[in-house]
Design a protein around this ligand. Structure first.
Ligand SMILES: O=C(O)CCCC[C@@H]1SC[C@@H]2NC(=O)N[C@@H]21
Length: 191
């Protein structure tokens, strides 16, 4: 229990720390940010429920006004900005990444985590992010998807980094990755 709380707090703090990397804001008001790497890692390392809790805690602190988003932003105004779908989608992206690693077995933990990050941290997050962007900026969903496609190369790189970090963690501290111990007979797909 205490260990869970400590890990959840640690990952929320890590996402906040990644906000210190200066963002590059694109013309449509959504930045390239290192924080989405933290979201991928939270799901890939902690799994679905604890990953959701860690990222949810981070988003709650932002909503309460702490300037934890890249560039020192925070407060309820964020939820009326072009990034609303991404911020609301962060915990869901971590949850889906976690679900993936808990239920799919690939050749290595790193590959499982990397692909989980692509599914949760790119596919699901972009779906929510583009929906929010379309709503706030008065664009069609197709137009919003065309805009957020600009993030794909950077986010594929982040998913690769998440996979490599999880692979290293699986070697030096496998007990951290609780999902590694889930039995294959537990409905897990082996690919
Ligand atoms: O700081 C915010 O208000 C949220 C920014 C969301 C940015 C999204 S996350 C997925 C994609 N990859 C990036 O680097 N930026 C966008």
């Amino acid at each position: 229990m205490e260990r869970n709380i400590a890990q959840i707090a640690l990952f929320a703090a890590m996402i906040a720390a990644l906000g210190l990397v200066p963002p590059i804001t694109l013309t449509f008001g959504v930045p390239i940010t290192a924080q989405s790497l933290g979201v991928m890692l939270a799901g890939a390392v902690l799994g679905s429920r604890r990953g959701f809790a860690a990222v949810g805690l981070f988003v709650l602190l932002v909503a309460l006004g702490l300037p934890l988003l890249a560039g020192g932003r925070g407060g309820l105004g964020v939820f009326a900005s072009p990034t609303v779908g991404f911020v609301v989608g962060y915990p869901i992206a971590a949850f889906v990444t976690g679900l993936f690693v808990e239920h799919v077995r690939l050749r290595s933990p790193g590959l499982t985590a990397g692909l989980g990050a692509v599914v949760g941290g790119i596919l699901v997050l972009y779906l929510l992010g583009a929906t929010g962007l379309a709503y706030v900026a008065g664009k069609t969903l197709i137009e919003a998807f065309a805009l957020v496609a600009a993030f794909i190369p950077g986010d594929l790189l982040k998913a690769g980094i998440a996979g490599m970090l999880v692979q290293a963690l699986a070697k030096v501290r496998p007990q951290t990755l609780e999902w590694l111990r889930l039995p294959a007979s537990n409905g897990n797909a082996r690919l």
